[in-house]
Design a protein around this ligand. Sequence first.
Ligand code: AMP
Ligand code: GLY
Length: 424
Amino acid sequence: MKVLVIGGGGREHALVWKIAQSPLVEKVFCAPGNPGTAQLAENVAIGVDQLDKLLAFAYENKIDLTVVGPEQPLSLGIVDLFESHGLKVFGPSQKAAFIEGSKAFSKDLMQKYHVPTAAYGVFTDQAEAEAFIERTGAPIVVKADGLAAGKGVIIAQTCEEAVSAVRDMLSGNSFGTAGSRVVIEEFLTGEEASFLVITDGKNIIPLASAQDHKAIFDGDLGPNTGGMGAYSPAPVVTQDIHDKAMQQVIQPIVAGMAAEGRPYRGVLYAGLMVKDGQVKTLEFNARFGDPECQPLLMRMKSDIVPVLMAVALGNLSGIDISWHDKAAVCVVMAAEGYPGDYRKGDGIEGLEDAARIDDVYVFHAGTTLLNNRCVTNGGRVLGVTALGDSIQKSINTAYRAVDCISWKGAQFRRDIGKKALGRI
Ligand code: AMP
Ligand code: GLY
């Protein structure tokens, strides 16, 4: 069977890596892909937002299954488009992907279906937003309603900061139309976890637990990024927390989306805050997390292709997923300046040395080839991922691989996985 993966980041490299291992698959394509996916698949030079070109490619090449990585094509309706032409595709419809595309929608949905989340308000008016901020007090969280590439969340330490973040968003200065409506919410404390499930809209298969590291610097300091590293399993997700996440968050939302006429098929990602044995939901994403996908897929024992195909066909019953009884850790290496403006075009050294280490896989994200040499081309450049018998062993192996790799200004966190060690 022929599979097309859409996207070009570390998540998509991991998907290509996993899908290419399936005995059911004869060829994988990746659009647009990156130099990492090119080693396992044929890259196709079509952008993730060029839906008509992607459709024509899938049609002409008789693609049996398309797997959509990022949120943007989902929000643009790629799943609806492919399905209307009789093509099999893994991912939520445009109406279902709205759970990520609008934070106001997702908060209202949580409220309607009694899913625990932070107290909030939705505003388009500056004065009303300011009154809410004064009433609530700082710290307080200001979020652009629409998609903002993971950067639309401001944790304001003072009311003044919150007021100015709202002003920037509502005026369209930051995030354009994505910020023309804002969600303002209570600041939550606790430990975060990424809780992902695969669902056909009725049957739900939880994936292994994972934890991301959002902040740029060690100790969770500095501005938030798309994610600087992840590991699985996450000991903060005990059996009790897992059960609460399923019963209080995932099941009501999957049922609620169906009741709203937005049946959800694909990966549903709940960002959770865990505190004192309770869970609250920070957000939903309509896709695999990046970098959570990298350690999760390294731990997945089952062939992923029958799972993805079952969802595309609309029936997951009878399918289950087994996991290696090991831990995986992914350390993201980023370009100098990230998450702000970052350098590009620096030659990357040591990739072959890292790849020679057992149980290590280096997933590419922001890389490109220049005169046959791999150079940096994005904020998050690589996801250096290791599998091991314990979190500690996979941390050691991942950093041994990271230490082989260098380029000018490379930055990465030294403490990926450390929180897990504190809980074992
Ligand atoms: P979101 O895209 O809504 O998940 O927000 C991105 C990140 O901002 C989360 O992973 C948290 O680290 C942080 N965050 C979001 N909402 C809150 C909140 N209500 N309280 C504390 N931190 C938050
Ligand atoms: N790593 C967080 C996300 O994918 O949204």
